[in-house]
Design a protein around this ligand. Sequence first.
Ligand code: SF4
Length: 493
Amino acid sequence: MTDKTTILDCYTDEPAGLGVPPFVGVWPRYVAGQYEREPTYLTIDDLRWLRYREHVPGATIDPPVGRTHIEALNHTRDPDEIRRVLLEADPLVVIAGVQTPGKYLSARPGTLREVSKLLSSMALRRVLTGPVLTGGTQVRGGLRPQLPQPGDYDALQPFVFDSYEQLQPYALRGAGLIGQMPHMPNRIVEIETGRGCPREEGCSFCTEPLKHAVQWRRAEYIAEEVRTLMELGAQAFRLGKQSCIYSYESGDPAKIEALLSSLAALNPAVLHLDNANPAMVDERRTELFVKYLTPGSTAAMGVESFDPEVARANNLNCTFETAFEAIRTVNRIGGVRGENGCHVLLPGVNVLLGLAGETPDTLDRNLAALKRLLDEGLLIRRINIRQVVPFPGTALYERAGQKYLRMNRRYYPAWIDKVRREIDVPMLERLFPIGTVLRDLCSEVHNGATTFMRQIGSYPILVAVPERLALQERYDVRVTGILPRSLTAEWIR
Ligand code: SF4
């Protein structure tokens, strides 16, 4: 017996917070927690799976030849059951909002147009919520955001709360929803430690300051939610739902330690972090993260541009030298290899293309800076390059829109290719020399005779093993080769 209130998770990806599988976002859990009885949980994959099976009755998610169908991999039930749930759903609460679009190995977020199309023949009371209500959604970088069209939804229902005291009962009650999610416990649960951006005026492109004023969540609340999730079967967690984990409680080391020690005491299999503002990175706080987190964690630094002109024009959060100093600090303290084969804590660098003031010289400056990181012998876990999406309400949208994307877009493919060849490959050779043993990878998808797998963590390296192994199982591997953004490896039997 399922409840009529039904959540349709189209997945979310925000500057602060990720909810695309294998990440379990906060949105479906919090939304579920508002209801006395647990809602039924569907994903966009369920709608696609239903449609697909109607057209190709014998279709399978993971055909023996070819690719795993990632667009339906995270379905929650069989087609008959999906149909029955949809017939009874009242209301259908659609959660959507991709605002920092990326590439996803084993899931594909749903777009508003897709949802409308897939539901077009169904008479349903529809409610829309999620990050989409602040600025829209766009699953591809460099394009305009999609906004809800009049008539597509019966209600647009923002999920708001004034304080973390108010949120806590929702967070705890909603935790139960993970019981309906596929592929548990091979999922990593996103945990919220705070909201809003601590900077007085945010970066030009970011939707985070539009959503909330700054608030930090008390360590007791965070630990209580993690404990509840662990009792329900979750084993891996990422402190990812905040703009900067180094800024937790204004960066107070005693409060950061109280939080981390209370979580580490619960002994989760994985405890990682995500966003770090380079301006807040120092030795004391880095030592605390290294002491309490499990290995393989990445402090993703939103440097966005190493061009001082662009940094100024977009009010970016750090200068060139601050970024380098933060990267050096994290390397010095976190750059030791842990028992799973990865370094304990390394920086990640985000680069954003299409910001105001960008010129072809900006690309040269960014490449020169990345080369300098390499020449200094520093380790960078990953370089994330995105094309900006100018969301309504942001300074970038008001002042520049797509102007710089249009001007410079033609230079991007060759430049990205250069970074991948000239920076990523030597960096990966340094991070994962041939012969490195990596432990406890989860097999996520197939492509032909190759199995793609990753460790469960904040930004795990993609590993291709040249044999077809069962999915959603754990493997240890030995590195045999380096590709631009991934490794090849053999399974250690
Ligand atoms: S520092 Fe910039 S990118 Fe980070 S949350 Fe604030 S405004 Fe957004």
